[in-house]
Design a binder for this molecule. Sequence first.
Ligand SMILES: C[S@@+](CC[C@H](N)C(=O)[O-])C[C@H]1O[C@@H](n2cnc3c(N)ncnc32)[C@H](O)[C@@H]1O
Length: 169
Amino acid sequence: MGHRAGRDPRLTTHVALTARALGAARLYLHPPDPELAERIAAVGRRWGGRFEVVGAPEWKKVVRGFDGPIVHLTMYGEPIDEVARAVRRSPRVLVVVGGAKVPAELYRLSTRNAAAGHQPHSEVAALALLLDRLVGIPPAGRWPGARQEIVPSARGKSVRTHERPTGAP
Ligand SMILES: C[S@@+](CC[C@H](N)C(=O)[O-])C[C@H]1O[C@@H](n2cnc3c(N)ncnc32)[C@H](O)[C@@H]1O
């Protein structure tokens, strides 16, 4: 929430990339930013997976319409481990992070307000810490449709290129 198109493209891009890499299905971006959504779609065409960025002109519609627990990440919240334990069995969880200051109403509309430590840091770090507790790093096979895939190596960069995308996206 509170993305400032043109002002903080790098930080919001990192929110999207982190959500994608740690197994989220989609990012609802408020306010919408079609250019950012396209940049992330291009990452998916290259590296696979089904992650998408969906523009959300009205954030309350996303929150009110969501069928599952809503976890708002804020340094003022309850400890992240407690919240993660409470929601981790839910098939769908909506995680909310802010860019600029978030509306006070969000604290009330969220199922839980969760803090990754009670010090200010970053939406990217908070998101990564929660997703790691909820789903962990996805295994290599989780990226259907990939044209490129990294071959882990102790030194240097090794990338395998597929002539046809792996599996069906
Ligand atoms: C740089 S902070 C903005 C803080 C803003 N000044 C406010 O009062 O909400 C951006 C976002 O990072 C996340 N964040 C920062 N520190 C956090 C923490 N310790 N625990 C959980 N989330 C945190 C929150 O989602 C917050 O909206």
